[in-house]
Design a protein around this ligand. Structure first.
Ligand SMILES: NC(=O)c1ccc[n+]([C@@H]2O[C@H](COP(=O)([O-])OP(=O)(O)OC[C@H]3O[C@@H](n4cnc5c(N)ncnc54)[C@H](OP(=O)(O)O)[C@@H]3O)[C@@H](O)[C@H]2O)c1
Length: 314
């Protein structure tokens, strides 16, 4: 099968498109014929070698956590899936493996794709959507009427964070540059702040500051928070605690780094919001698998508006 493969860490030029053996399906797994995947910044951080301590150096390496496609094989111990099912989800295996024509994915991290979404759109919402659900809903438990400041509201995470915070009834202020203000307002933000013109941290107090791009220090963000307010970041910064669901106790008036978790119920929730018309993907750009180096370079500009997607098959 064709795949985008790393034999070493380095710049985008280290990504090679070539044939590698098709995975076979093992216990608990489903083999997905991948139609689309998406780029997450973690992909190029892994490609550069920044994440080697966590993800290892096991070459050849195939990246890509998000996928949408068709079930090609199902392990004997897996129920609920049949060959031909149209699915989307997130690989929780090693380095991902979805930059390929076939990916082996745990059955618990795949669900049926909503008909409303193309494969490219479905692949765009998974890792980022799981991140927002884990942070805003599971960790912070955002409540209707709470004031939420979303920094990076035009990015891959931010475009979903605005919509998800609105879905639970929060009052949302999105922070983006002026060129993306109309988009962020169209996603439901009650107010939009152009960070090139105004310091959003002087517009509080907010119950929650969700810094999806990690541009503020916690000490700096405190001025924008109520006494009980929570600062949530996706990039570790000084002064925060690491929140791990099931292991961490959540306390008001603190700052947390919260990563994604991969739970079937959360992927089902994303699909349900799509079916109800409460969540829409925002696509920055589309590339083919052969163009994946360009897709990485686009992501590394850190200027994407929504998600960068990769068509693996036409
Ligand atoms: N810990 C986790 O589990 C987890 C999960 C997902 C993502 N992340 C991390 O979170 C970060 C964001 O991910 P992403 O996928 O959303 O990235 P992204 O899509 O590449 O973010 C790009 C967006 O960031 C905006 N931006 C850049 N600087 C900004 C600033 N100073 N203020 C406001 N907006 C700004 C840009 O808008 P302008 O062009 O208008 O500036 C652009 O729309 C990455 O570092 C990623 O690795 C962590």
């Amino acid at each position: 099968m064709k795949a985008a493969v790393l034999d070493e860490f380095g710049p985008s030029s280290v990504i090679q498109i070539r044939d590698i053996p098709k995975p076979t399906v093992s216990d608990g797994k489903v083999l997905v014929e991948v139609h689309a995947t998406s780029i997450n910044p973690i992909d190029w951080k892994m490609r550069d070698g920044q994440m080697a301590a966590r993800f290892g150096e096991d070459f050849p390496m195939v990246l890509g956590f998000d996928c949408s496609g068709v079930v090609a094989d199902v392990a004997a111990d897996v129920s609920g899936f049949e060959v031909g099912d149209v699915v989307f989800g997130r690989s929780d295996l090693g380095t991902g493996g979805c930059y390929a024509e076939y990916a082996e994915v745990s059955a618990g991290t795949l669900v049926k794709k909503p008909d409303q979404l193309s494969h490219e759109e479905a692949a765009s919402i998974v890792l980022v959507g799981l991140t927002v659900i884990n942070g805003l809903i599971r960790c912070v438990k955002v409540q209707p009427g709470q004031k939420v400041l979303i920094v990076g509201a035009s990015g891959g995470v931010g475009t979903l964070a605005v919509q998800i915070a609105k879905n639970v009834g929060a009052h949302v202020t999105g922070v983006c540059s002026g060129k993306n203000a109309d988009l962020v307002a169209s996603l439901g933000a009650d107010a939009v702040i152009d960070y090139t013109q105004e310091n959003a941290l002087e517009t509080g107090p907010y119950d929650i500051v969700y810094d999806t791009v990690g541009v503020h220090q916690y000490d700096e963000a405190r001025q924008a928070l109520t006494d009980d307010g929570i600062y949530l970041t996706l990039v570790p910064v000084p002064g925060i605690d690491f929140f791990i669901p099931g292991q961490s106790e959540f306390e008001k008036g603190k700052g947390y780094f919260v990563a994604w978790t991969t739970l079937t119920e959360d992927i089902e929730q994303l699909a349900a919001w799509v079916r109800e018309g409460k969540l829409r993907p925002v696509i920055d750009s589309e590339f083919t698998l052969d163009q994946i180096r360009d897709a990485h370079e686009r992501s590394q500009t850190e200027r994407a508006v929504g998600k960068i997607v990769v068509r693996v098959r036409d």
